[in-house]
Design a protein around this ligand. Structure first.
Ligand code: ADP
Ligand code: MG
Length: 728
């Protein structure tokens, strides 16, 4: 009998949900553990407060004396909450978050000690971080990178430690994290968008990029998850026959949340409140045991930090409820996977959402400007945008008829399609007064101020306009949103910059009025970018064929997609917009390419081990039982035994075939891995893993899953789908 599996099942059935009491109102809890504006007002001197606020709003440098004041107040605040340690909290390119804790404690001689935390420790730190991926930027003998305070994301208390959000850069200045390029991209889009806004409103001084992510995940009983080596080591099931019941009845989606999961969510949400993460919605997703959590959108840098923090927090809270959270994009075959929609918009410091239609023709022209420029940016850089969400685990999801394909396209809905069609007819050059009036009243004037029409949604689109924001749906559930957000904001920044140059040229050289010039440039953009607009069904073959005709890229695997990250166009783009130097771009590409190969290598090893050392021996054990049975029948029935043991004999043979199938394919896979590892070139190596190693996973799995259906349930070693899913 498979002891681990049955022990785990028994334990999971005996589990009693932890009772959760919510004593305080959420609004009272909100931000209690955050050194936010409100706390700063209480703790900082006026000078220090203004210094930090200026850094947040205008990117002004914080000088040393202010940093000293801030650090001292931060320490007092943290000590008042029982905190003893602080850490620079950052997001290295491993995809997790990193911290190195230091105590506030310092000796001052004479056997005495004090609690100390100075400006030095706040502003800059040198973690011993030589083991983070750096893509060759740092030589190991000079393996120094340092972290530097990001005042735009407030410090917070987490696990009794004061966490200071920081960037992580090499000594030579190159970014080694997700945050640094993101901050640069946000700065670029602010500059470019503000300049364009000023055509419409001279009062605009700043444009902020907003992000509202929606995190999907699975909750699996901790013991059951631990009983599966594949879940433990790769975050997904690499084999397992689907349960008799899956998601076919659609009875989980938006259904009532099981008690145990609900208790987990309650506690999680309380912790989120304390950390100032404004979580708002929770519901069941399509697959059993799958859920989604979404906050109110925030400034993009803060939202990215909050998502990273949340993912860490979820793991910890889940553990207290005997759950394991699976963030993997496809933890269970035959079941929907998880994504992380990134809802994105731009808004001004005057309070206008630039992607929301307004009430006047002028504000609608501004809306159309940002709307059309975004479409153009996506069109021009569609391959890069695809690359920004590429990962070994997201390859399972994109194009799997539950998530958008690996083709980027923009859905805008019927109403806006009509508006663009009409705008396309605008006369070249100067417009007559009648034409202008007609345009303003009947075309852009017709855009309703509320476009949030829920019926006009297309869930199969990778990049959809949803009334007042774009929703980037191809982002994977394990992703750090920093990557796609850096790309999206950079391409839009570049596009707006180019747009401004074109419009200014028409105003200056052709003597056009501002709105005429804007109309003229937008008209050309509409004509140029038709290939990226797609309103149809994004799932399935017909769109793949159509997209190919339109010249859109379709990179199904990560190694193929990643090449767009080092195209000349991308390198120039990041350099021009001051987001990444060529060295940084190249380094990131190398890190991701290597990560892909390593990921598939680990999966291959895990699968090989399970198949050969767990499944095959079990199959042989069962086969031996059958063989003994046939022998017994032979003893009893003598010559007639053939008739009575027909089924057993067939089973014995079938099992042998599957064992052979497993062994042959595992041997092949090991061989292909060896060949791949011998390839020097990182791109070719990753491609070998994608094209030669990974396809064998399916063949191995096929035979294992067949055996699961043949072998006695009592001796099957791996916890089955029906046991893993359907937690009450
Ligand atoms: P769904 O896409 O599931 O139908 P909603 O349309 O309600 O859900 O919104 C999903 C997410 O979009 C939420 O996280 C919300 O905070 C975010 N969101 C709403 N408005 C904006 C905006 N202007 N900019 C960025 N994100 C937004
Ligand atoms: Mg959504």
């Amino acid at each position: 009998m498979s002891t681990l599996r049955f022990h785990a099942v028994k334990e999971s059935l005996a589990y009693k949900p932890v009772h959760i009491e919510e004593k305080e109102r959420r609004s009272d809890l909100f931000g209690k553990n955050v050194f936010n504006e409100n706390t700063m007002r209480q703790y900082l001197t006026k000078d220090a407060f203004n210094g930090v606020m200026n850094a947040i709003s205008h990117g002004k440098k914080i000088d040393r004396s202010i940093a000293d004041q801030v650090s001292s107040s931060m320490k007092d605040w943290a000590l008042s909450k029982g905190v003893t340690h602080y850490t620079h909290w950052f997001q290295p390119l491993t995809g997790a978050t990193a911290e190195k804790h230091d105590a506030f404690f310092e000796t001052i001689g004479g056997g005495m000690a004090i609690e100390k935390f100075g400006g030095d420790q706040l502003v800059q730190q040198e973690p011993d971080a030589s083991s983070f991926p750096n893509g060759g930027i740092r030589n190991t003998f000079e393996a120094r990178g340092y972290t530097a305070w990001d005042p735009t994301s407030p410090a917070f208390i987490y696990q009794t430690t004061l966490c200071i959000p920081t960037i992580f850069v090499a000594y030579t200045g190159e970014a080694l994290d997700f945050k640094t390029p993101l901050l640069r991209a946000l700065n670029a889009v602010d500059t470019a968008a503000t300049a364009v806004c000023r055509y419409f409103d001279k009062n605009v001084k700043k444009v902020t990029s907003s992000l509202g992510w929606e995190q999907e995940y699975f909750l699996i009983d901790k013991m059951l998850a631990a009983s599966r080596p594949d879940i433990t080591l790769t975050g997904r099931t690499m084999l397992g026959h689907s349960a008799a019941k899956g998601q076919q009845l659609d009875d989980h989606y938006f259904g009532s949340i099981p008690n145990r999961a609900l208790n987990f969510m309650r506690e999680l949400e309380t912790e989120c409140m304390l950390l100032g993460i404004p979580v708002k919605t929770r519901h069941n997703e399509v697959a059993p045991n799958q859920f989604e959590l979404a906050p109110i959108y925030e400034e993009a840098n803060l939202a990215v930090d909050h998502n990273s923090l949340l993912m860490d927090l979820m793991g910890r809270v889940a553990s207290r409820h005997n759950f394991k959270v699976l963030f993997h994009e496809k933890p269970f075959a035959g079941m929907n996977g998880s994504g992380k929609h990134n809802n994105w918009s731009l808004s001004t410091d005057t309070g206008v959402n630039l992607l929301g239609p307004g009430k006047t023709p002028m504000s609608n022209l501004q809306f159309l400007t940002f709307f059309i420029n975004t479409i153009k940016a996506v069109y021009k850089h569609e391959a890069l945008l695809r690359a920004s969400v590429a990962s070994a685990s997201n390859d399972h999801r994109l194009g799997a008829s539950e998530a958008p394909p690996a083709i980027m396209s923009v859905f805008i809905g019927e109403q806006l399609t009509k508006v663009l069609d009409e705008l396309e007819g605008v006369t070249k050059g100067k417009l007559s007064p009648q034409e202008k009036t007609e345009l303003k009243l009947n075309v852009i004037g017709k855009i309703p101020d509320v476009l949030l029409d829920n019926t006009d949604r297309n869930r199969t689109s990778s990049f959809a306009f949803t009334g007042n924001k774009f929703e980037f749906r191809a982002v994977g559930s394990t992703a750090n949103c920093g990557n796609p957000m850096t790309v999206l904001n950079t391409i839009v920044a570049k596009q707006l910059k180019d747009f401004k140059i074109e419009v200014d040229a028409l105003i200056n050289k052709k003597d056009l009025k501002k709105d005429e010039a804007v109309f003229n440039v937008l008209r050309e953009y509409i004509k140029d970018t038709k290939a990226i607009l797609f309103e149809g069904n994004g799932y399935g073959k017909p769109w793949e064929i159509e997209a190919k005709k339109r010249g859109l890229s379709h990179n199904k695997t990560t190694p193929e997609a990643l090449t767009a990250k080092i195209s000349q166009q991308t390198i120039d783009l990041f350099e021009e917009m001051n987001v990444m130097s060529k060295v940084e771009t190249q380094a990131r590409y190398e890190i991701e390419m290597e990560a892909y190969s390593k990921h598939i290598q680990i999966e291959g090893r895990v699968l090989g081990d399970i198949a050969r050392n767990h499944i095959v021996p079990t199959a042989i054990k069962y086969q031996n039982i059958l063989i003994r049975n046939v022998r017994g029948l032979k003893e009893i029935f003598e010559e007639k035994y053939h008739d009575v043991s027909k089924e057993q004999m067939l089973l014995i043979e079938e099992i042998s075939n599957h064992i052979e199938g497993i062994n042959a394919n595992v041997t092949k896979m090991v061989d292909q891995r060896r060949k791949a590892n011998a390839i020097e070139d990182i791109e070719k190596r990753a491609l070998a893993y994608a094209k030669k190693v990974k396809p064998l996973f399916d063949d191995i799995r096929y035979h294992c899953d067949k055996l699961e259906m043949l072998v006695d349930d009592e001796i099957w070693p791996l916890t089955k789908y029906r046991e893993l899913l359907f937690t009450r």
